[in-house]
Write a protein that binds this ligand. Structure first.
Ligand code: ASP
Ligand code: MG
Length: 408
């Protein structure tokens, strides 16, 4: 007998029939002798609808009221799922975040979980009940309803699994696992049986939207085995585990290729080569809350440097305006903006122990005559910034070059 936390996303509970389908799945796991805690999202579209309604009334609704509003989406689904379970003879009880007492800080709309009281859940499980918990929400010290940020039900699932020391946290969604890359770009992309937390984090922060990033961080921190699987088809999904747990398996050098399209590249040319310059460039950028990604500095001549970096495309104009000002202040030569770039990254923990990955990557891109504009590396990732129009070509070329089609 195992204790399993299952989380069903918005599409999985998107209609009454789908909620019944979830109830049947839960019943099957229970019939196999497992204890189940089920976390659900709002029915698909509901949270967006609530946000739209709020914005019809106010341009910037108060975050506290936003959370009271948005938490209703999940409250609907927990009650409906319990009814569907009762219908098929499964005793079940629903809990809002506050009823469980998922205690959070008071950062409305992006609260962090502080602690979880497992009393109610444990006694229900002991009484043979399925426990159904509203995802995405909690309560602060003063009893205010809070939410955990969009997509936050994943984090609720993982946090509950950690608190209950569950054997596994299963995230049911509309895809059947984590893929070597986006199948819309590479049709022969392959579902991964396993991936490590670290790799998953890199894939997720680079646009593979299967899991909320925070939930992966959380799972890694508390070492909660996490499985992503489809609520519509049978299958093993993808298991996300720590690297240590992963030692048994044959390890591929590269697990996947992640990419982001919506990048822009900015350069400030001819900045003086003296201490403090990078700070004067990036200080105002970070004060404006603009996230900077790849940064490269090169020596233009012996007294001046060029600094180049990337930001999300929607921040281009804001970043460019700031740079123009910095250019004047520093007496730099000019600012250049290119908003047609994309970033492609190879991700794999196997890189740590293998040489020659970067050169193989550059070779594969060269063979397609794709020019590399910027390069950055970390222990488990190599990223290149290229012209956006070559993105698909680059991803396909790398997928083939690293043999990601066939099991490694
Ligand atoms: N319903 C929330 C959202 O749409 C939370 C979630 O689905 O995870 O963001
Ligand atoms: Mg979701």
């Amino acid at each position: 007998m195992a204790l399993i936390v299952q989380k069903y996303g918005g599409t999985s509970v998107g209609s009454i029939e789908r909620i019944q389908n979830v109830a049947n799945k839960v019943a099957k796991w229970r019939a196999d002798g497992h204890q189940l805690v089920v976390v659900v999202s709002a029915m698909s579209g509901v949270t967006n609808n609530l946000v739209d309604m709020a914005h019809k009334l106010q341009k910037e609704p108060s975050p506290r009221e936003m959370d009271v509003l948005l938490a209703t989406g999940e409250q609907t689904t927990i009650a409906l799922l319990c009814m569907a379970l009762e219908n098929i003879g499964i005793p079940a009880r629903s809990y809002t975040g506050s009823q469980v007492r998922i205690l959070t800080d008071s950062a409305f709309t992006k609260a962090r979980i502080v602690s979880i009281d497992d009393n109610h859940i444990r006694s229900d499980l002991a009484a043979g009940r399925v426990v159904v918990v509203a995802g995405f929400q909690g309560v602060d010290e003063d009893g205010n309803i809070t939410t955990l940020g969009r997509g936050g039900s994943d984090t609720t699932g993982v946090a509950l699994a950690a608190a209950l020391k569950a054997d596994e946290c299963q995230i049911y969604t509309d895809v059947d696992g984590v893929y070597t890359t986006d199948p819309r770009v590479v049709p022969e992309a392959r579902r991964l049986d396993r991936i490590t937390f670290e790799e998953m984090l890199e894939m997720a922060s680079l646009g593979s939207k299967v899991l909320q990033i925070r939930s992966v961080e959380f799972a890694g921190k508390y070492n909660v085995p996490l499985r992503v699987l489809s609520s519509f088809e049978e299958g093993p999904g993808t298991l996300i585990v720590s690297e240590e747990t992963n030692t048994m398996m044959e390890k591929p050098v590269i697990s996947g290729i992640a990419f982001t399209r919506d990048e822009s590249k900015l350069s400030i040319r001819g900045v003086p080569d003296v201490p403090g310059v990078a700070f004067r460039v990036f200080g105002p950028i970070s004060d404006a809350n603009i996230e900077v990604d790849v940064i490269v500095q090169n020596v233009a001549d012996n007294k001046a440097n060029d600094i180049t970096f990337t930001v999300q495309r929607k921040e281009t104009d804001k970043a460019a305006r700031i740079l123009e000002q910095v250019m004047k202040d520093l007496g730099a030569k000019m600012v250049e903006v290119d908003n047609k770039v994309a970033k492609v990254s190879l991700v794999g923990v196997g890189m740590r122990s293998h040489a020659g990955i970067a050169s193989k990557m550059f070779g594969a891109l060269a063979a397609e005559s794709i020019n590399i504009q910027l390069i950055t590396t970390s222990e488990i990732k190599i990223s290149v910034v290229i012209e956006e129009k070559y993105l698909e070509l680059a991803v396909r070329a790398l997928h083939t070059a690293f043999g990601l089609k066939d099991p490694a």
